[in-house]
Design a binder for this molecule. Structure first.
Ligand code: NAP
Ligand code: MG
Length: 399
């Protein structure tokens, strides 16, 4: 059998622990036998990030700007325990944070829907993709405890020294205050990433804030989205047969619960934090969520939404069998290969991505799955496979 050719390399970002083990199995069993796989390899494993003073993370993000499409393995974000465990020179920043800062992107998370893993919300038939604005609001908030009576104000001092003031509250006793901000440029690039991704998936885009209460703050989000949509996207949405829909956040939540799914839901930072956990757990499993970072310039970085599955890795190191779910990591690869195929006008490569996904879902639907899914499936008497055998079962179907 002749292997499928690639013209442009994918940026490959290797990672840590159990997902690093799965990464190699996926390449060996599911990709290399079928594709003449071209990648530019960056080792984002924690040891190499430490050895390169994290330069490798920056280089991999810059390579993504050069080639346009990356696929990333889950990576450890170091904390104090990891500094000791890996004897690190310093507590390196989150790779995802570094990459996102360079690409200025928005993260879209979607559940992988498969028969036999039924969402808790029974009318959800299609995936709901969450787009979370990843800058500002309460995550960059400044807070103060007010000890006793006094006046709290918002003060803006312009470059020329002139001040604008607004009273927050005249306290008569103890209380609390919070100041938060966002930046128009960040909201604009968030909006463009969302509109671009909606066109990409040919799915409707929903956006919601609380603009009736927050008449300047949230209303600015609403206005920026609407202005960019009207100027830059309305025609393209019409041609693609999709819509942009704005509503209040509480109305959006009610509609989401009653919907069939099949759209992108853009959320402000806090709403996205909360709603993405609601969506992923209600759809079944964190191991079945994909994640893609889309920059406003149209660079894409695909990954699984879960972490490095540390607990399974320690079992693996002890020589014990693991049953770690590789589906989201497989879909990170298929997403990246499909996008590469589209950008390079390489329909064979895009078709391979479809086949890889179908073989993966068919394997589960035929009753062969990892332990995490076997615990929640509606399929009777599922066969529980270990990490390697699940990937081999997919490979057999794919061949
Ligand atoms: P995790 O790797 O997502 O795993 C948490 C638990 O969820 C696992 O112990 C496992 O439960 C279950 N799980 C997650 N993915 C699974 C899979 N593919 N198959 C089967 N079960 C799965 O989160 P964590 O253990 O809290 O974090 C480990 C490391 O990942 C941390 O160092 C963190 O910094 C990093 N992390 C990286 C990313 C990223 O690169 N995008 C994201 C999140 C976390 P059971 O143990 O009960 O089986
Ligand atoms: Mg959260």
């Amino acid at each position: 059998m002749e292997k499928i050719k690639m013209t442009t390399p994918l940026v490959e970002m290797d990672g840590d622990e159990m997902t690093r083990i799965l990464w190699k199995m996926i390449k060996d069993e599911l990709l290399i036998p079928f594709i003449d796989l071209k990648t530019e390899y960056y080792d984002l494993g924690l040891e190499n990030r430490d050895a390169t003073d994290d330069q490798v993370t920056v280089d991999s993000a810059l390579a993504t700007k050069k080639y346009g499409v990356a696929v990333k393995c889950a990576t450890i974000t170091p904390n104090a325990a990891r500094v000791t465990e890996y004897n690190l020179k310093e507590m390196w920043k989150s790779p995802n944070g570094t990459i996102r800062a360079i690409l200025d992107g928005t993260v879209f998370r979607s559940p992988i829907v498969v028969k036999g893993i039924e969402p808790c919300v029974k009318n959800w038939k299609k995936p709901i993709t969450i787009a979370r604005h990843a800058y500002g609001d309460v995550y960059k908030g400044v807070e103060m405890k007010i000890p006793a009576a006094g006046k709290a104000e918002l003060v803006y001092t312009a470059a020329d020294g002139s001040e604008t003031r607004e009273t927050i509250h005249e306290f008569t006793g103890a209380g609390i205050i919070q100041g938060m901000h966002n930046i128009s440029a960040s909201i604009e690039s968030f909006a463009r990433s969302c509109f671009n991704y909606a066109l990409d998936l040919k799915q409707d885009l929903w956006f919601a804030t609380k603009d009736t209460i927050s008449k300047k703050y949230d209303h600015t989000f609403k206005d920026i989205f609407q202005e960019i949509f009207d100027k830059e996207y309305a025609d393209r949405f019409r041609e693609a047969g999709i819509t942009y829909f704005y509503t209040l956040i509480d109305d959006a939540v009610a509609r989401v619960m009653k919907s069939e799914g099949g759209y992108i839901w853009a959320c402000k930072n806090y709403d996205g934090d909360v709603m993405s956990d609601m969506i992923s757990s209600a759809f079944g499993s964190l191991a079945m969520m994909t994640s893609v970072l889309v920059s406003p310039e149209g660079y894409y970085e695909y990954e699984a939404a879960h972490g490095t599955v540390q607990r399974h890795y320690y079992k693996h190191l002890k020589g014990e069998e693991t049953s770690t779910n590789s589906v989201a990591t497989i879909f990170a690869w298929s997403g990246a290969l499909r996008k590469r195929g589209e950008l390079d006008s390489n329909p064979e490569l895009a078709a391979f991505a479809d086949k890889l996904e179908k073989a993966t879902l068919d394997t589960i639907e035929a009753g062969f799955m990892t332990k995490d899914l076997a615990l929640i499936t509606t399929i009777e008497n599922p066969t529980v496979l270990n990490s390697q055998d699940f990937i081999k079962a997919i490979a057999k179907r794919l061949a």
